[in-house]
Design a binder for this molecule. Structure first.
Ligand SMILES: *[C@@H]1O[C@H](CO)[C@@H](O)[C@H](O)[C@H]1NC(C)=O
Ligand SMILES: *[C@@H]1O[C@H](CO)[C@@H](O)[C@H](O)[C@H]1NC(C)=O
Ligand SMILES: *[C@@H]1O[C@H](CO)[C@@H](O)[C@H](O)[C@H]1NC(C)=O
Ligand SMILES: *[C@@H]1O[C@H](CO)[C@@H](O)[C@H](O)[C@H]1NC(C)=O
Ligand SMILES: *[C@@H]1O[C@H](CO)[C@@H](O)[C@H](O)[C@H]1NC(C)=O
Length: 579
């Protein structure tokens, strides 16, 4: 009891500090109300509405997408197995314990299910967020790709509260697999007609993605396909899976046996979608190194160097047409800023007015979704800044600096209805997926559904919330500060689709020459790291010196783990999944 209470106090503090750091505090009063209610009565807070009781809605209604092809048609043919996306649900059971922020979770069935279609699994979500998810339902007219289960196994039940819950795993016929669970609130087995199992050749291996809820040895997870990336045929059903001490299987995902680009958007659809959600990227108030278009960088004096001929750099054509094409990142060539000191400084600063977003649209998750990668180029990545004990901000000299910085965010769009499902914010070597229901939106007029992103000071890593991100254990760490200033890039105002799955030059997508440039957009770091560290260390008083040493030990990895100076097409996320 005491432990529980302490935990609750802790989670209130955590939640409120999380909210404070967030600019999106729509849920604040709500989360605190529930937390206090729990603290006071130590029981269920059934009478309070939960965020999950409300469907997430975009700030304004989505537009009608240009019609044509499979995109936006609401249905996909996986090669004899038709699927539809159902994102409305019937609530089956709620737990008010466990889950994110100890808010519990709610379990749903897709509802209504369109005529002729069947349920393949059920949906679960934590209670601390508005309801926003989907389940695929399926139909296999004239084929035997879907079949009823032969029976059910009771994998777990909770009969301790007034409302009981039973979690049933369908037992598939030979050659078929269950891809989701059925939940009931009575001990009676569900009818065999309730759900369908999928023929094995339309399934593949999945893996656990995120923990949703758990209690006494039982855990509920979301899952994703093991094989992901551009044109991967595997797709999740959107259903939760359950594991217990006695049942540890990971239910499979679906597999598309048809073209993965059949539902992909064409150029006018990509443009319509991007015009709807295109992010505003805010720069930190002290940012000196803004983005520019590639064209601006090339026509403002960027130079191409060749190994063993360093004294004869050549100017680069505005469209990059004289850059070496193909090959690998072998150090034979590199790009650098122009020679003169003033010119270098000018080009380092970029040109926000001339900045451009470069889009790569790719079919992912069996072609059920499109990832639109939004690549932004910065001529220069500024030095790292650290927090060192009582010194909140200390410049790390040249450490972290490099010429040529490519950064990106990725919009994951449902091909069924053009709904933005989540956004990937790439930050250094890692990044985060954030559901559309948790994003900050710009608001106002036609821009209402455009979301907001933040580029961190000097390093330009992408974040979905403003804040002072400090890496490391409190006292010491690299700062990645973000915030709103009057420097903002409206990516929708100037963008080019540079590559799109299934779309050729004839369909309007022409890859620029610089995309095939495989070498680095900046020279190898040319200063002496050890000397730079010594130079900085000299200025620090004794106590801070030791903190600084601690920081430096992890520095190279942290600072150079960034996306850095190779072009978009050379990054693993170009063909692979965002990780
Ligand atoms: C996209 O497809 C629709 C329908 O086929 C067509 O009207 C439109 O012109 C296409 N747009 C582009 C840019 O290909
Ligand atoms: C593949 O999908 C297309 C478009 O949805 C559909 O017309 C076609 O029949 C499907 N192919 C097979 C083999 O089912
Ligand atoms: C696992 O099975 C044992 C024996 O049937 C049972 O007592 C236990 O509650 C089960 N554990 C879970 C988490 O279901
Ligand atoms: C569909 O399945 C068949 C049989 O497994 C396979 O040969 C074929 O390549 C698959 N087609 C696609 C588009 O995946
Ligand atoms: C801050 O930036 C460094 C690189 O400059 C990176 O390694 C680190 O992960 C970032 N920290 C956070 C919390 O994003």
């Amino acid at each position: 009891m005491l432990i529980d209470r302490l935990f609750l106090i802790f989670s209130i503090i955590r939640t409120s500090s999380y909210i404070r750091s967030s600019s999106n505090n729509a849920n604040l009063s709500f989360i605190l109300t529930i937390a206090f209610c729990k603290l006071l009565i130590m029981g269920n807070c059934q009478n309070n509405p939960l965020p999950v009781d409300t469907f997430f809605g975009f700030p304004t209604a989505l537009p009608t997408w240009p019609t044509g092809g499979g995109f936006g048609s609401g249905e996909m043919d996986l090669g004899g197995l038709q699927i539809r996306k159902v994102s409305t649900f019937k609530k089956i059971w709620t737990s008010y314990q466990s889950g994110m922020n100890n808010f519990g979770a709610t379990f749903f069935e897709p509802d209504p299910i369109p005529d002729g279609f069947s349920m393949l699994g059920s949906y679960a979500q934590t209670n601390d967020q508005p309801l926003f998810g989907w389940n695929f339902v399926g139909k296999s007219d004239g084929t035997d790709i879907l079949k009823q289960p032969t029976d059910y196994t009771l994998v777990w039940s909770d009969t301790s509260t007034t409302e009981s819950a039973y979690f049933w795993l369908p037992i598939p016929p030979d050659g078929y697999k269950a891809v989701g669970f059925v939940i009931t609130t009575t001990a009676d087995k569900p009818s065999l007609d309730k759900i369908r199992c999928v023929r094995s050749d339309f399934t593949d291996e999945s893996e656990i993605e995120a923990w949703i809820w758990g209690q006494g040895g039982m855990n509920v997870y979301g899952s994703r396909p093991k094989t992901r990336g551009t044109k991967a045929q595997q797709l999740s059903v959107g259903a939760f899976l359950v594991q217990t001490d006695n049942y540890t299987d990971t239910l499979p995902c679906l597999k598309n046996n048809n073209s993965t680009v059949s539902a992909a958007p064409n150029l006018s659809q990509i443009k319509a979608v991007f015009n709807t959600y295109s992010p505003y990227i805010y720069f930190f108030s002290k940012e000196n190194y803004l983005p520019s278009s590639v064209n601006w960088f090339f026509s403002n004096g960027a130079l191409l160097y060749k190994k063993d001929d360093e004294s004869n750099p050549v100017g680069i054509e505005a469209d990059g047409s004289n850059l070496p094409q193909g090959g690998s990142n072998d150090g034979e060539y590199w790009i650098d800023l122009p020679g003169g000191k003033n010119e270098r400084r000018r080009v380092q600063g970029g040109d926000l007015q001339n900045a451009e977003a470069y889009l790569h649209s790719k079919a992912v998750l069996g072609g059920a979704f499109t990832d639109i990668q939004v690549w932004i180029f910065y001529p220069f990545n500024g030095h790292a800044t650290a927090k060192l004990g009582i010194i909140h901000e200390i410049s790390l000299g040249k450490i972290g600096e490099h010429v040529g910085d490519w950064e990106h965010v990725t919009l994951r769009i449902s091909n069924f209805d053009g709904v933005l499902y989540r956004v990937y914010f790439a930050a250094h070597a890692g990044g985060t997926w954030v559901d559309a229901s948790l994003l900050e939106y710009a608001g106002g007029g036609g821009a209402a559904n455009k979301f907001v992103g933040y580029a961190s000071h000097n390093g330009h890593a992408a974040y979905f919330q403003a804040g002072e991100y400090v890496q490391g254990p409190g006292e010491v760490g690299i700062r990645n500060d973000t915030g709103k200033s009057d420097m903002v890039m409206d990516t929708g105002a100037s963008f080019t689709v540079v590559a799109a799955d299934g779309l050729s030059a004839a369909e309007g997508v022409v890859e620029p020459a610089w995309l095939e440039y495989a070498r680095e957009w900046g020279p190898k770091i040319s200063y002496d790291f050890g000397k730079e560290v010594k130079r900085l260390e000299r200025w620090l008083p004794g106590k801070l010196k030791s903190l600084f040493k601690k920081l430096v030990e992890k520095l190279p990895e942290e600072v150079y783990g960034e996306e850095g100076p190779t072009g978009p097409k050379m990054k693993s996320s170009w063909d692979g999944d965002e990780i």
